[in-house]
Design a protein around this ligand. Structure first.
Ligand code: NAD
Length: 290
């Protein structure tokens, strides 16, 4: 049985680990929150009391952590105990520059690193339908491919180090702006006295259709079941969307890209978070958009 390490057993990590445990992988897991580790023991997760112990006998470690600072902190604490050739695949969403820095740190120690953020949310993690956007070397990608195939429906090697995070930044900037646009279209339709279910039927099959309408419509009782039907319980929180838009903003500045809508979208999410609504699903931006 192949052994892998998995660090970060939160909303996403726990579901990804569950899918790995349902195949012929032995997973050794670690999370600073003991409760999250305990929940997975009955389905076969092996635990370690100390983060460093995760490096024993595994040649692949997956991380699914809140942000780049934590990923770097975790990597720094295990890097000297990893055997050469170990592959670390970071599926967290982190800064493009930080991802490049972590690639370099690993290369210097004869370790492999992939930045492999995901799209698909908690539902995708649960149903093993995630999309992995990957940056790094082809050998490392090939080694990781069987695991991507267990946890997701698609993976693509987007390019060299940082390309996965760069692709994710583009995707989530687009998602944030389309979600705001969808809210505005429904708001206009409502003010014009339209039947919103009928508006949904047309928008979701016309040129305005997009994932934010078709799969995640932010209007209660309209379209498919979404966080709007559950008081905007996440899902994918506005806090996390603001983090992703901040990553995108940094990339916009570094590359001197013109992206007025992306910058404006970030300002709107910043306001929502400042008003203490960051724990709501990001689609609630359609209510806070000003
Ligand atoms: P989460 O907060 O639920 O899980 C993160 C886990 O990391 C927690 O269990 C936490 O205890 C653990 N952790 C924190 N510091 C640690 C440390 N030093 N050592 C070990 N464990 C530590 O977050 P999540 O929703 O699972 O998201 C994880 C990553 O995936 C984030 O980078 C997020 O942006 C990204 N992501 C999330 C979604 C989503 O829908 N939730 C979708 C796509 C990408």
């Amino acid at each position: 049985m192949k052994k892998i390490g998995f660090i970060g057993l939160g909303n996403m990590g726990a579901r990804m680990v569950t899918n790995l445990l349902n195949t012929n992988y032995e997973v050794i897991g670690y999370d600073i929150n003991e409760e999250f580790v305990k929940q997975l023991l009955p389905i076969g997760l092996k635990k370690v009391s100390n983060l460093k112990d995760i490096s024993k006998d595994v040649d692949i470690i997956i991380t699914m952590l809140p942000n780049g600072e934590i990923v770097e902190e975790v990597l720094d604490s295990i890097i000297d105990s990893l055997k050469p050739g170990t592959l670390i695949t970071d599926c967290s969403t982190i800064d493009v520059d930080k991802a490049k820095k972590l690639h370099k740190k690993c290369e210097d120690k004869e370790l492999f690193f992939l930045d492999a953020p995901v799209s698909g949310g908690i539902g995708g993690a649960e149903n093993a339908t995630l999309t992995f956007m990957v940056g790094g070397k082809e050998d490392a990608y090939k080694k990781m491919l069987p695991l991507f195939e267990i946890m997701g429906k698609k993976s693509l090697l987007c390019g060299s180090s940082g390309s996965g995070q760069a692709t994710k930044a583009c995707n989530n900037m687009l998602l944030a702006t389309t979600m705001i646009g969808v809210g505005e279209a429904f708001s206009l339709g409502n003010n014009l006295g339209l039947d919103l279910e009928k508006l949904f039927e047309i928008l979701s099959t016309s040129t305005g259709s997009c994932w934010a309408i078709n799969s995640y419509c932010p209007i209660k009782d309209v379209g498919p079941i979404s966080p709007a039907d559950n008081d905007f319980k996440p899902g994918f929180s506005a806090d996390l969307m603001l983090k992703d838009l901040t990553i995108a903003l940094k990339a916009i500045q570094v590359t001197n890209t013109k992206a007025k809508f992306g910058i404006k979208a970030r300002e709107n999410f910043q306001k929502m978070v400042n008003e203490n609504y960051g724990n709501l699903d990001f689609s609630a931006i359609t209510k806070f958009n000003k």
